[in-house]
Design a protein around this ligand. Structure first.
Ligand code: SDX
Length: 435
């Protein structure tokens, strides 16, 4: 392992056949793990851990989460500090380059972003030929993987400056593709990015400007969007980031890896939860279901229903991002004139009642990042089908940083887990004409 780790002694594993010693390593924040990389060779045994709940797939210097204490840091900086004080592009730069940019570096990064925000005119045909009802996440994933056909020189960049260009192009073009996928879904003409706008102003302008409106991005919405994208920027080895690393470990290019990550994020148990939360609450209000009855359904094992936006694999305390998202949502609703949004009122009541319910207390189920962000996006006028696209836009710098770290790691191998086979034993083959 690279990075800041130290060997902290050994563990003893007593097997029926033999006893082996397993090295213990400790990370810079005191997390400890057994290095079992020699286990099968030395014992013939493998470990069994569905969902990799207890298994570390890599060591990383990008993001630290303490799920018990509700701590989230990127390159050592608390998410609260970054969300309150940074533009999203500063955080993207931090994740990818490992340090916060100087003013000069930030301006150069923003300028490069703007200069690369257009997509190839031929890509517009892709949008035009997509079915009307296509989900924007399907469009996003298809468009990203097709970028390598339009920009083949970036498919396998080697020198650092090439990778910088590839990374910046991807960060900038994903925003344009996301806005275009929305315009496509509402049948409006595409609005091109403008060099006079910042990253978030540009996105909102491409989303809501049209030939018949003199739309100006509202500073409150721009500030909130910067903050929302920032709290999504990275989250160590979550499902979609692990997919990006896995696909990249086979030598696939950055676009293919990111496209796979978008598909993983789409799932309602992962990034799709922000869309599912608003659908769940809208449905409850429509069907006159009280928060108590939703909670009862979530506790009923037979119902398979889950309270969307609640629970987390790692956080067993309040997700720090959810606190920031809730605060921002409140401000957005007050400033953008829908302060009595029935969905937000219902969400706050649902949270309040769930946090007092023994089932949720016993299982450490708290609101996660998805519980309030969708309601905030809705307050900005962003449609529900675009919520997970915004999650992907925010997560992109994290995916890129993790992919680059995987690619440059000396410990890196192609991802290939083992299994415990439980199928039939050897059978004698019977040819077709005898069956
Ligand atoms: C994200 O990993 C990341 O970092 C992800 C993410 C990121 O930034 O990348 O943070 C983004 O994906 C946030 C999570 C969004 N998903 C949801 O809000 C969907 C609802 N939540 C759950 O489905 C669930 O909490 C997960 C998927 C988030 C976590 O599932 P785990 O870790 O596999 O936990 P589990 O399914 O084993 O649940 C443990 C227990 C179970 O009960 P028992 O079998 O022990 O009796 O808690 C229960 C679950 O039934 N439970 C819930 C629940 N979440 C867990 N019960 C009701 N409602 C819920 N939401």
């Amino acid at each position: 392992m690279e990075g800041l780790y130290v060997r902290k002694g050994e563990a003893e594993l007593k097997l029926p056949e033999k006893t082996i010693r397993i090295p213990i390593y400790e990370g810079s924040e005191g997390e400890r793990g057994f290095d079992i990389s020699a286990l099968r060779k030395e014992t013939g045994y493998i470990t069994y851990d569905p969902g990799l709940v207890n298994t570390g797939a890599c060591d990383s210097q990008i993001t630290y989460i303490n799920g018990e204490k509700g701590i989230l840091r990127h390159r050592g900086y608390d998410i609260e500090d970054l969300a309150e004080n940074c533009y999203f592009l500063e955080v993207a730069y931090l994740l990818i380059h490992g340090k916060l940019p100087s003013k000069r570096e930030y301006n150069a990064f923003s300028d490069l972003m703007n200069r690369n925000s257009m997509i190839h005119e031929d890509m517009h045909n892709f949008f035009r030929n997509y079915p009307e009802g296509a989900h924007p996440m399907a469009v996003l994933s298809a468009m990203v993987v097709s970028l390598s056909s339009f920009y083949p020189e970036m498919e396998n960049p080697v020198a650092n400056e090439d990778m910088d260009m590839t990374v910046t192009r991807l960060l900038s073009k994903l925003r344009t593709i996301a806005a275009f996928s929305y315009k496509k879904s509402v049948g409006e003409p595409f609005v091109y990015p403008s060099h006079k706008y910042t990253y978030c102003e540009n996105f909102l302008n491409m989303m809501f400007s049209s030939p018949v409106s003199d739309y100006k991005p509202d500073p409150v919405a721009v500030r909130a969007l910067n903050l929302y994208l920032t709290i999504h920027a990275d989250h160590e080895q979550n499902c979609s980031t692990s997919v990006v690393r896995f696909v990249g470990s086979a030598g696939s290019n950055l676009y293919a890896s990111i496209s796979a990550g978008i598909c993983a994020l789409w799932g309602p148990l992962h990034g799709g939860a922000n869309e599912a939360v608003v659908n769940m609450i809208e449905g409850a209000i429509r069907d006159k279901l009280s928060p108590e009855s939703l909670i009862a359904k979530a506790k009923d094992k037979a119902s398979k229903f889950r309270l969307m936006g609640f629970g987390h694999r790692v956080y067993k305390a309040y997700d720090p991002r959810a606190k920031i998202a809730k605060r921002t949502c409140k401000k957005l609703l007050e400033k953008l004139g829908s302060s009595k949004d029935p969905i937000f009122e219902y969400a706050m009541e649902l949270e309040d009642k769930a946090l007092k319910d023994q089932y949720f207390v016993d299982k450490n189920l708290y609101p996660n990042v998805d519980f309030y962000t969708g309601i905030g996006y809705r307050a900005m006028g962003i449609p529900t089908s675009m919520f997970t696209v915004l999650f992907a836009l925010g997560r992109l710098p994290g995916w890129i940083a993790q992919w680059l770290e995987m690619r440059d790691s000396k410990a890196q191998k192609i991802g290939r887990p083992r299994q415990i086979y439980t199928g039939p034993l050897k059978k004698e083959f019977v040819p077709l004409d005898k069956r």
